[in-house]
Write a protein that binds this ligand. Structure first.
Ligand code: HPA
Ligand code: ZN
Length: 346
């Protein structure tokens, strides 16, 4: 087997992927037509034009706005699992960001139930497993974030359909000009209620925002964390504490425009500094990416060996929110498959 095929088939864990960012172009068009959402164009190469995080988010928000009911969320979730599994996905903790839907009158209960229904169908078909992370949208502010967490706590308490799949909360959307402290109350409530915590930090902001994610919001994981190496002390601390960073190298190039080309991405330097940095796609369908490409392109650009890539894949098991015995089993599965798939030299 050649290296690219082996990388495509290697079992992979993904911890930074927005379910709305997995929506197939054909599904965007279908749902927009069905739900009366006007698209400026139905051609994805025209529709997906952006040059930084904020212009990308305008496209992301338009795609999100096509999701009108439980069935739409179920279709999206189902397709996301099938499409991921095609590239070796075996376990994912996926974000959904319901602020704009809640604002438009949808109930979090129906969104979670729809997502869970679609994920379950995708799991049955592929054998992959998928959990959920409810992201707070920074653009909607701290009060809306707190309200979402309160509603999520209610759904879990009432044992509503799919609520057990939501392992934790996250924080995404625009970074610049937003104070992380605004979300402290929402994160505090989530932590008190036993929800796990992560947040997007340091994609377009300095390391002090990454530190705030950990110290102010109580996050045990950081999404992106791209700027961390600018603060050697924080780097050492997160490495020592094994706080995972869910890094999205190709997204940093295509969406945020923070890195010119993959060869210049700090991912290898992050790993060399001892950080538990994992590989992820972020918004694969909106950026023409997939998890197989993420691994293949990283291997090439960073000059990694097969064993390096298997180690990167297996380390992601430790960064999950599975319990330790499940983490161990997942790591073992990746290492065993890594041995079995070992490509022919060179
Ligand atoms: N950053 C912030 N918010 C997002 C992203 C991202 O990369 N993708 C979808 N929402
Ligand atoms: Zn993201």
């Amino acid at each position: 087997m050649d290296l690219d095929t082996a990388l495509e088939r290697l079992p992979k864990v993904e911890l930074h992927c927005h379910v709305e960012g997995t929506m197939r172009p054909a599904t965007v068009v279908d749902l927009a037509r069905a739900n009366g959402v006007a698209l400026p164009t139905e051609d994805p190469t025209e529709l997906y034009r952006y040059s930084n995080l904020d212009t990308f988010l305008e496209v992301f928000w338009l795609v999100q706005s096509t999701l009108a009911d439980r069935g739409d969320w179920a279709r999206l979730a189902y397709e996301s699992v099938v499409d991921g599994a095609e590239h070796g996905l075996v376990y994912r903790e996926t974000f959904f960001t319901p602020a704009r839907h809640l604002d438009a009158g949808q109930d979090l209960r129906d969104i979670v139930a729809g997502l869970a229904e679609g994920l379950e169908a995708g799991e049955r078909e592929t054998g992959a497993r998928v959990a959920l992370i409810a992201d707070i949208d920074r653009a909607y502010g701290g009060a809306a974030g707190l309200e979402m967490v309160r509603r999520l706590v209610e759904l879990r308490r009432d044992d509503c359909s799919g609520a057990e799949r939501v392992l934790g909360v996250g924080l995404d959307s625009t970074e610049v000009g937003v104070d992380p402290t605004d979300f402290a109350e929402a994160f505090e409530l989530a932590g008190r209620q036993g929800l796990r915590r992560t947040s997007h930090q340091g994609e377009e902001t300095p390391p002090s925002f990454i530190a705030a994610g950990v110290d102010v919001l109580g996050c045990e994981r950081i999404d992106h964390g791209l700027s961390i190496l600018a603060d050697p002390e924080l780097t050492r601390r997160l490495a020592d504490e094994r706080v995972p960073l869910t890094v999205c190298p190709n997204s940093n190039i295509r969406i945020a425009n923070r890195v010119e080309r993959l060869e210049l991405h700090p991912f290898p330097a992050m790993r060399a500094a001892g950080l538990l940095a994992t590989l992820n796609t972020d918004d694969p369908a909106l950026t023409d990416l997939d998890l197989g490409y993420e691994y293949r392109s990283a291997q090439q650009a960073f000059g990694y060996t097969w064993d390096d890539m298997v180690t990167v894949a297996a380390d992601a098991a430790d960064a999950t929110w599975l319990d330790p015995s499940e983490q161990q089993a997942l790591r073992r599965r990746i290492l065993d498959e890594g041995d079995r798939l070992r490509p022919d030299a060179p």
